[in-house]
Design a protein around this ligand. Structure first.
Ligand SMILES: C[S@@+](CC[C@H](N)C(=O)[O-])C[C@H]1O[C@@H](n2cnc3c(N)ncnc32)[C@H](O)[C@@H]1O
Length: 237
């Protein structure tokens, strides 16, 4: 996604570049202008992949909750695609600073709250759409979190995650003891149908795995665990 941020003043550009540098390292990438590229390991291809699997092209008039909003990439995509209100919830205050800088550059307003996903409650309001991308494998008790998200969702949940690739294990999940991909905050790799069942059990009428947009078949992590693919699951009330 190219955002085409228009700033001509060299002084203003230099000040923005200093701010971007101060906020390193970024996780999400932003292609804001030819002079303003932010590079993070999340890269720019996930959105294209999710779009192909049914991530909404149109958020017109919707209220959107983006949990684990990081630097706000999907929050601003929802806003750009017409969302009326977007709230991002994120544990790390530096990610919130990053998101707020991006909002100023894009001229888009989204609220960002420093909050753990377990604290999400009706005090935030009810939302038409909940975006839950790259989060559930970091959560030791995913059913509790899905229940909390279901309680504030009146429409659709978009779950992007790493999922077990092997179709034989689609109804199962793998618990990670120790690290996975050198990250001790990874707790689970879910089979697609396992996650679909958990989403339905949390109160969504339907939950459908829409497919993988990245499929690293045959790769094994340094801990010896088969690497999952990245995919999208959509639940509806
Ligand atoms: C893999 S990144 C995904 C970011 C973004 N949603 C995306 O898809 O690009 C995981 C994010 O979850 C945040 N996070 C981890 N645990 C969280 C929690 N319990 N509550 C809220 N955010 C959390 C991290 O700070 C980080 O920004």
């Amino acid at each position: 996604m190219h955002w085409n941020v228009k700033i001509d003043s060299p002084e203003e550009r230099a000040s923005i570049l200093r701010e971007v540098e101060r906020l390193q390292p970024w996780y999400q990438s932003y292609d804001l202008a030819d002079w303003l590229q932010i590079e993070g390991p999340a890269g720019g291809t996930a959105l294209q992949g999710m779009d192909a699997l049914g991530f909404p092209a149109d958020f017109s008039g919707k209220t959107v909750l983006d949990v684990a909003s990081n630097a706000g990439f999907l929050s601003y995509i929802a806003k750009h695609r017409g969302a009326e209100r977007v709230v991002g919830v994120e544990l790390d205050p530096v990610h919130i600073e990053r998101a707020q800088l991006i909002g100023r550059l894009l001229g888009l307003d989204a609220e960002f709250l420093k909050m753990g996903v377990h604290e999400v409650s009706l005090e935030l309001g009810m939302f038409d759409v909940v975006i839950c991308s790259g989060l559930l494998y970091h959560i030791a008790d995913p059913s509790n979190v899905l229940l909390a998200l279901s309680a504030v969702c009146k429409g659709t949940i978009l779950v992007e995650s790493e999922f077990i690739l092997d179709p034989i294990h689609t109804h199962m999940a793998r618990f990670i003891e120790g690290t996975y991909r050198d990250d001790e905050t990874n707790w689970w790799i879910y089979g697609p149908e396992c996650m679909a069942g958990m989403v339905r059990a949390a109160g969504f009428r339907t939950a459908e795995f829409k497919g993988f947009y990245r499929e690293p078949h045959g790769q094994v992590s340094e801990e010896g665990i088969p690497v999952g693919g990245r995919g999208l699951l959509i639940g509806t009330k």
